[in-house]
Design a protein around this ligand. Sequence first.
Ligand SMILES: Cc1ncc(COP(=O)(O)O)c(C=O)c1O
Length: 481
Amino acid sequence: MGRNGRKPGRGQAGSRPSLDVAAILDARRGEELALNDLHLNPQFGRVLRTIGYDRTWVRGYGPYLWDDRGDRYLDLLSGYGVFALGRNNPAVRAQLERFLAAETANLPQLGVTLLAGVLAEQLLARAPSRLDAVVLTNSGTESVEAAIKLARASTGRPRVLYLNHGFHGLTNGALSVNGNEEFRERFGPLLPGCDMVPFGDLDALRTELARGDVAAFLVEPVQGKGVNIPEPHYLPEAQELCRAAGTLLVVDEVQTGLGRTGRFLALEHWGLEPDLVLLSKALSGGYVPVGAVLTTRAVFERVFDSMERAVVHGSTFGTNDLAAAAAIATLAEIDDAGLVERARAAGERLLELTRPLVDRYELVKDVRGLGLMWAIEFQPPSGGAALRAWRLAEDRQPGIFAQLVTGPLFSEHRILTQVAGHRMNVIKALPPLVIEDHDLVAFAEALDAVLARLERGLAGAMARFGLGVARRSLRRPRAAR
Ligand SMILES: Cc1ncc(COP(=O)(O)O)c(C=O)c1O
């Protein structure tokens, strides 16, 4: 029950004549997990309790989050990459306040507005010159859906190729090109004509393209699941193969775009000239949903080729002024704060600080990154009791070791990181691009301390972790107050 004996959710918001969001945040602080369990996703609530991430978050600013105890956490997830500018960026917020005060004639629907056009202009000015048309969307997965439709309609071909471990979102079309079985399971049948090719395997790609029926090859420049960075020749050669086969190259920059990898678009690392580029996540500074597909006029006009077909693809909110204003302000802030260069330099520094861990600890197999997309990969110890403990735990739950690292990073060092994918002993960091050197150093030192302790007593740590998980997963959900 809520305070005053009311059912949660039927509280102040419904009964007050004038709503005050700030008062809700204050009066109902601490109810978020209970409300989640009642009305949203209780299984996710269980996960948070089990891994010990069940905090009451009360504030976010820059690279930090604060909980209700006043503890500050360094956020190396950035909301899965949306807070590249840090949380609650004041420059974007100031522009949003100006935008709201302007009371624009938003979404006339049978009419067009200025800000969507300005955003398209600004995006194209920063993209490879052959891209000269934009479709605005509301999310990453929607950008992927649009790309599949544009590619099929403009080539007249049915098939779409994607890579193993590729991740492009979770709506039906995007799921059909998702290279991770754990997401696809039980949602079939998915779209026909979508086929996976192995990451890095040009021969497999060549064989599929040779059938002459492939509309698009969809690829993340750096794969988000696992932070897999391709060999230098892979993407340029894949592009050549696609061109020769009349297949469109679609580069999904939803996670890698907007400075994340130390270039405005990651495709610049390889000088790629794709037919479509997909954006979302960081594009609104984290304030509102937004997405974009950048493509060529030729592709666009093969789809929207008559007045009859003028609205053959789109969505109600696609060109909304609020998202456009946030995105224009975000692009300006990326420039003004020099965030692309900052990401490049900070990424190099992070590698410099963390690569020595590979030599220092036998449990560390690899440290890799491009700009501020970073990962550390673990491997089993070479023998003895430590290896037996590893095998025992990993046989039961593959990827469990990575949680032995993310757990103490969070609970002891107050650093938020994530395991990079299902059943993977890889930890990933997507720091805000505004992260400062002292926080990079703090992260590297925390990792070092956690790994040193684990390497000294792996068997004990695994046993304690197993017990802790069992205890926390049995913990009763907190009742709503
Ligand atoms: C590369 C990539 N594409 C698409 C998506 C889907 O974006 P959204 O979650 O906004 O639908 C993601 C999300 O993580 C992503 O990383």
